[in-house]
Design a protein around this ligand. Sequence first.
Ligand code: ZN
Length: 204
Amino acid sequence: MNVKLEDRLVGLDRCPQCGIANPEMELLWRSDCIMPRAETAYGHNWAVYKCTSCRLLVLAQSRLGNQGTKELEKVYPDVESVEEDIPERARNYLTQAVGSIHAPDGAAMLAGSAVDAMLKAKGLTEGTVYNRIDQAVQQHILTQEMGAWAHDVRLGSNRPRHADQDDPHVTPQEARQAIEFAKTLGTVLFVLPNRIANRGNGNS
Ligand SMILES: [Zn+2]
């Protein structure tokens, strides 16, 4: 990521607040180099930007501000990422869900697709997503509680998908919870087992 703290924060993939791709970030405030207390010889430039899409603010920290660079080191809040160990198709859906949190119906449907793709990646390919969740519980891939949560995510993604007569939309909070569940499921099913498997391979 080669992003510079200029009058615009150009080059940021996504807005950390709303997830929109290639956000337009307007400079609101910029500091001179601020030195931290004693621990390090390097200070940082700081700047606050506003996303023109969601109008929420992010705080940007440069690398080694006292050496004249304006290259971005970190943004607060952090840009949300999806773990590499999650299988390709599920990760693709989940990445799109994270990037469309400003459109909750779409984000919830994508999170539901990510969950289904994860179950398929575990060999559960028969029947409907409803069946796959129940099979995952029967085979102890999911706990009862995770299965119940997976059904909640499924029901949430079905409402906009089928233009439910009474309750056609999901709230931003419900979309966020669906994404959190999909990420948790990805950690339990793929990320954690990979880390455990690699533990003896010199990474510890
Ligand atoms: Zn934004």
